[in-house]
Design a protein around this ligand. Structure first.
Ligand SMILES: NC(=O)c1ccc[n+]([C@@H]2O[C@H](COP(=O)([O-])OP(=O)(O)OC[C@H]3O[C@@H](n4cnc5c(N)ncnc54)[C@H](OP(=O)(O)O)[C@@H]3O)[C@@H](O)[C@H]2O)c1
Length: 219
């Protein structure tokens, strides 16, 4: 099938990294449904269930959403865990369970490079995204025989609203990075486009650290 008949759903596709993915896929004529919270709010399970009734199957699914606040261990309360468990984990499980990915389709999950190196802040993010990364791996093992390719994209700092909210002095922060640059969201968009356009399949089940060498580990 030609790419112009392929359809992609991008959760959290109205801004930042999700928008960059949507823009890149549109350039190769993939029909994209780029969602904001108005279409699906992943912190609200009824909104997710409603969304699944509307879209039963798709060629490409991008699992992305807003990030949680940077809270330290003692600042996190039970309600925070409940909200972000829904937002960052349970909703994605429901989407994967209810939206069929067509044969030879793709799933891209936007996690974070902190799944490799959790810190003393952003604990909700590193914990729940590690769990989701594990779930995606299990899902991809089951779906591999159908040619479904699942890739976990683990970004470091990229120039979006999210990073502007988290970092006070962007210029100083940029200078502290190994590449001296904050990532350009377009690169993640182009990476996804390349994988889809070239029908790269054997990368399935991998985590791609897109972090400009921020993590010091080689694996
Ligand atoms: N940028 C980075 O440096 C970076 C690094 C590592 C990880 N990440 C993670 O990657 C994801 C995307 O980041 P970004 O920088 O692109 O963020 P962003 O620019 O703030 O965009 C967030 C996107 O997610 C949507 N969204 C927010 N809350 C949502 C919810 N409850 N349900 C569904 N959609 C929701 C937003 O839609 P609306 O239009 O409705 O606001 C928007 O489309 C985040 O989870 C972030 O934590 C980002």
């Amino acid at each position: 099938m030609s790419l112009k008949f392929k359809k992609a759903i991008i959760i959290g596709g109205s801004k930042g990294l999700g928008k960059a993915i949507s823009t890149s896929l549109k350039e190769i004529k993939v029909k994209t449904i780029a969602c904001s919270r108005k279409e699906i709010d992943t912190s609200n399970i009824s909104s997710v269930i409603k969304f699944c009734k509307k879209y039963r199957e798709i060629d490409i699914l991008v699992l992305n959403t807003g990030g949680p606040p940077p809270l330290k261990f003692n600042e996190i309360n039970i309600e925070d865990w409940r909200k972000y468990f829904n937002q960052l984990f349970l909703s994605f499980f429901i989407l994967l369970k209810n939206i069929k990915i067509k044969k030879n389709g793709y799933i891209f999950y936007i996690s974070s490079s902190i799944i490799k190196e959790p810190g003393d802040s952003l604990i909700i993010s590193s914990s729940l995204r590690s769990a989701m990364s594990s779930l995606l791996k299990s899902y991809s093992l089951e779906k591999s025989s159908q040619g479904i390719t699942a890739i976990n994209i683990a970004p470091g700092p990229f120039k979006t609203n999210r990073v502007k909210q988290l970092v006070k002095n962007l210029r100083r922060y940029e200078k502290s990075l190994p590449t001296k640059k904050i990532g350009n969201p377009k690169e993640i968009g182009e990476f996804v486009r390349f994988i889809v356009q070239k029908q790269i399949k054997y990368i399935s089940g991998s985590t791609v650290y897109f972090d400009g060498n921020l993590n010091k580990s080689y694996n």
